[in-house]
Design a protein around this ligand. Sequence first.
Ligand SMILES: [Fe+2]
Length: 236
Amino acid sequence: MTTPRFAIYRPIHKAVRQVLFSTSHKVGMSDFSDVADVQEALEAIDSMLSLLHAHREHEDKYIHPLAESRIPGITANFEADHLEDIALSTEVGEVAGRIRAAGGEDKVLLGIQLHELLNAYIGIYLGHLYREETVMQQALWDNFTDEEILAIDMEIVANVPPQMMAELIPLMCRTFSPADLAPVLAGVKANAPSEFVEQVLKIAEEGLPPRSWAKVKATLDHLSLSGAAGGGPAGE
Ligand SMILES: [Fe+2]
């Protein structure tokens, strides 16, 4: 059996898909004549849009320029996807904004519109995720070593603001395999102040099933002993 190549998109896309599906679920079950339901649904929309925005920026800033430097032209279709994504996600955000400002009956009608638009958006976005995981990932594998791809991932981890990382870790604990999570935590350990590292490790220990945490911890202990910051599939 051969060792799988380092997948830069697969882990973070697990988290992205979970957020897309849970937001669709939340909006779908909401009663838009109920103030608390509306608030929860719009909070879910806001946090989905901010995650997708950050994710797109990470790819634009850390992956595309490097990919383009060795594979000229590879990013054109993905840039076009990202532009479409900006347009569609802006539309979703605008309908959410109109719900906030609307009166009772209009909220219900706009809630139906939000549900339809959100799910159309998710359908299109899933195709984009798949193209990145196949076409772009294969191009990266053909032109970069696993160490180089891991280094891109570690640069992203090092540049995620602490506040966002603290929010991402619980999501990663809910969606990543132990092998996906260990390099991210190793990256945090290598870059963040020790107080923050302790906080993040505590979130992971409490958020993961015990046998997953045991595997993650064993990998982190092994990496500390060998002095390396990464070593397995993570992602961004
Ligand atoms: Fe993307």
